[in-house]
Design a protein around this ligand. Structure first.
Ligand code: SF4
Length: 196
């Protein structure tokens, strides 16, 4: 891996900008390398992801990896395949209602924009409406899901969050899993060299 890029990722891992805001020490999570084929930008790591120091080990991850992408963990966590990041690199804590707090905007401005510039990926996958607010501000989320988008001059798919909390959206939009997802999955497999 490029030494400069390793240093850049090390800087992200050492970042503590949000310590006062969170009220606890942040633990930035980032996975992948400068040449990962697919850059995936999600929300912020969950509490479980932070505890495991690994993204998508929960029910959302099961749906995302095994049902939507149809790939196994070895493929997903291979840093040559996926650069896994979020609009914030740290679990932001929970609100009184038990939901995760909103990811701090400063992370996207400080780190994620630079990751988007530096990583030499082929395509992007943006997960969920919150991530789209940063990546594609002022655009309608549903429009983004059902069309091809471009970020940094590269194809960028937008998908809904795979959390079971999002089942209502999925039920309301069956065309996502029936029609749009097969197109996205095919491209992912092509990029990963799993399908010609
Ligand atoms: S969320 Fe981002 S900006 Fe805030 S401490 Fe974590 S890495 Fe730093």
């Amino acid at each position: 891996m490029n030494e400069d890029f390793e240093k850049f990722q090390e800087q992200i891992r050492k970042c503590r900008i949000c310590w006062a805001r969170f009220g606890f020490e942040p633990h930035p999570l980032v996975s992948g390398n400068e040449h990962s084929k697919i850059m995936q930008i999600g929300q912020a790591p969950s509490q479980l992801a932070e505890e495991h120091s690994k993204f998508f080990t929960d029910l959302s991850g099961k749906r995302l990896k095994y049902e939507w992408y149809e790939i196994d963990d070895d493929t997903f966590y291979n840093p040559d395949n996926f650069y896994i990041t979020g609009i914030a690199h740290c679990f932001p804590g929970k609100n009184k209602d038990g939901n995760d707090k909103t990811p701090p905007k400063i992370c996207y401005e400080t780190w994620v924009k630079r990751e988007i510039e530096k990583v030499q990926n082929e395509i992007y996958i943006i997960i969920g409406a919150k991530a789209c607010e940063d990546v594609f501000p002022n655009e309608d989320f549903e429009d983004l899901v059902f069309k091809d988008n471009y970020l940094n001059g590269k194809l960028a798919f937008v998908i809904p969050h795979p959390s079971p909390l999002n089942n209502r959206w999925l039920k309301k939009h069956p065309e996502f899993e029936e029609e749009r997802l097969p197109i996205i999955r095919k491209k992912i497999k092509e990029v990963l060299g799993l399908e010609k």
